[in-house]
Write a protein that binds this ligand. Sequence first.
Ligand code: B12
Ligand code: SF4
Ligand code: SF4
Length: 269
Amino acid sequence: MKNNFKKEILSFIRSIGIPVAGFSGDGATYTNIVCLFPYYTGRKNKGTLSMYAYGKDYHVICEKYLIKISDFLRTLSPEAKTKIHVDKGDGDDKLSAYNAGLGFFGQNSLLINETYGSFVFIGYVETDLILPPDTPLTRTCTGCGRCAAACPGGAIENGKIHIEKCASAISQKRGILSAEETDILKKSGFVWGCDICQTVCPHNEKAALSPLSVFYEELLFSLPQLTMSNKTFSSSFGDRAFSWRGKAVLQRNLEILSSHDTEINGHTM
Ligand code: B12
Ligand code: SF4
Ligand code: SF4
């Protein structure tokens, strides 16, 4: 595959509204066509859901875009094999984006884009078409330490996350939480996910708004008490990024948070 197809692919990607994309891979057996999907809508800390869950399930949204790219690739090369990745267990999305030159790593372990900050989802089309990989950036984050200082679980250490102390991971955990986990969840102020290590980050202070209108649709900032049946829960929230975890875990988190009503880390309950 010739280098100039990169221009055609990028131009197609821009034509469908995705503002940032690039190429990574080994230059010999596979290529990842990596896209960033900015999701910041200008609303920060509006409620008990973290920002990535305000809109409809991002997996579904990003996959639709990636299918279009995959189809376009086959117009260039009908034999091309493709596989779509968004948050699946079999890929390292941040590293793919980093290698494609789309951003740099923060000490909060997230990929930070110069324009959109870390408020980006990452998705990519893996293909057997060989395209020259782009060059990673050489910079790092400012290293200010604000994320580690603000983290409610003290989970950030030397650019690594101790998952067991991360409120985002705890909010997904099934069963009865330990006293320490309960405390971290309360301190975070979130029923689902956690944004603190991103909202304090200077690289996000001027993060550009998402150009993708789909991320502004039917926003939900907080969850109500989930007293409804499982069936009603599914029909009300089945298209949201938190629904896979089910009602019981979310209701447990709501109960933990409702036993606590002060302001924490600037996040008012
Ligand atoms: C498991 C997982 C989680 C777990 C564990 C996260 C963790 N940091 O370990 C939990 C549930 C806690 C979680 C939480 C969140 N997640 Co998550 N998660 C994942 C998932 C599925 C795998 C991550 C992983 O294990 N990667 C591999 C390991 C090895 O990565 P790592 O431990 O971070 O190590 C990397 C860094 O250390 C990095 N690195 C650091 N410094 C440097 C410097 C250089 C020079 C280089 C080369 C590399 C480097 O190198 C390692 C390899 O990439 C990915 C999707 C995917 N399939 O990739 C999403 C993903 C990372 N999550 C995402 C999001 C949005 C979140 C949350 C913000 C959601 C929320 N609001 O609650 C939080 C953020 C928490 C945090 N600070 O990380 C996005 C991140 C987008 C971005 N801008 O980076 C991803 C990419 C999903 C997606 N496709 O968009 N997540
Ligand atoms: S998501 Fe929250 S709990 Fe997890 S590392 Fe970031 S600030 Fe800490
Ligand atoms: S808050 Fe500071 S140390 Fe943490 S990721 Fe942002 S710039 Fe890096």
